[in-house]
Write a protein that binds this ligand. Structure first.
Ligand SMILES: [Zn+2]
Length: 341
């Protein structure tokens, strides 16, 4: 992984440079004009980005729907500003910032104002740190300046599906009881529907998601993303059911990498067999029902931008077409975020 660590070094130098030479406010205004809460932005795919290497063209217009950044409760590879600058430089269209513990709508606004020329979104994960299934937390997020909060994730690290069956388990949050969504979700689904937000299933199990999706739809929710469904155990048959109900299925690059080896210093490597399964699922269920994202941000893993490139290349090598990649990295995520696909 010598070349990997070299590229990280180069990137760090680039990032440091980016911090030193901040874009002047007047140029930011030129990059981005706003009217009310809506934002008009030049599509990065149609624009030459100065200093862009030809090999980064594959990311033009691409959206990463699952980006972990610092500041966080664990060390992160890059912070919000570093990632957004990097993504803009690569010609990407948008980034969705995700924290398991704190809202990211405010940070998204700050990063977007500061960098300019790229869409940045955030949201809130309904884990214990914000009070669990807490409708008030979503309502307040929606009032934040800039209105960049577009995603509500059901519990992730505190989900019953993750914590509940572990020996000596810690407190967890249930989203389904006796085959029905818990009562607290009634109001939450209503807020999501009323504000046209994206409901993500978080770390709910596939059986739970198959109960949550129709209930959310009945409450008026139209945008549903099943968070890295296959990594949580969804079978192809379950993916087909989710897709038939209109949900989009997420696949994250993190799920297709081995863990880095702390002893040898070896970096993560692609798991070919799992990628074969992913490509097969996309082929069988249909790319129109999927989006792919990075879930990067951990130390000793690739940068988000490199992860997106690697994911696209790995799927292409398995027979997924450019048109299908376009659906999963540009059109489907754009639709969910309310951008013109
Ligand atoms: Zn994640």
């Amino acid at each position: 992984m010598a070349s990997g660590s070299l590229s990280v070094l180069v990137v760090v130098v680039f990032i440091a440079g980016g911090i030193a030479v901040a874009t002047p406010p007047t140029q930011q205004a030129a990059n981005l004009s706003r009217s009310g809460s809506s934002t008009h932005i030049t599509h990065p795919a149609g624009r030459h980005v100065k200093g862009m290497k030809t090999d980064t063209n594959v990311l033009a217009g691409v959206i990463d729907f699952h980006a972990h950044t610092g500041p966080d409760v664990e060390p992160r590879l890059v912070n919000d500003l570093q990632l957004v600058r990097l993504a803009k430089q690569a010609g990407m269209r948008a980034i969705v910032l995700k924290s398991h513990f704190m809202p990211t709508a405010d940070r998204a606004e700050l990063a977007m104002e500061e960098v300019g020329g790229i869409e940045v979104f955030g949201g809130i994960v309904l884990n214990r740190s914000i009070g669990g299934l807490n409708a008030e937390a979503i309502t307040r997020m929606l009032q934040l300046d800039g209105h960049r909060g577009k995603i509500v994730w059901l519990p992730t690290v505190d989900a019953e599906h993750i914590v509940g069956n572990a020996p000596g388990h810690r407190p967890f949050i249930s989203v389904v009881k006796d085959g029905k969504p818990v009562a607290e979700l009634d109001e939450i689904f209503k807020i999501i529907a009323k504000n046209n937000l994206v409901l993500e299933t978080g770390h709910s199990g596939p059986e739970e998601s198959l109960i949550l999706i129709p209930a959310a739809k009945a409450a008026g929710v139209t945008k549903i993303l099943v968070t890295h469904a296959m990594a949580l155990g969804a079978t192809v048959d379950q993916l087909k059911q989710m897709a038939a109900m209109g949900a989009i299925i997420e696949c994250c690059w993190l799920g297709y990498l081995t863990k880095p080896d702390a002893k040898t210093g070896a970096g993560p490597v692609e798991i070919a067999a799992k990628l074969d399964e992913c490509a097969q699922a996309i082929h069988v269920v249909g790319a129109q029902h999927f989006l792919i994202s990075s879930d990067m941000g951990l130390k000793n893993y690739p940068l988000h931008t490199d992860a997106m490139k690697a994911f696209m290349a790995a799927l292409k090598a398995r027979g997924i077409s450019n048109a299908e990649i376009d659906l999963m990295t540009r059109k489907n995520p754009a639709k969910l975020l309310g951008l013109v696909p």
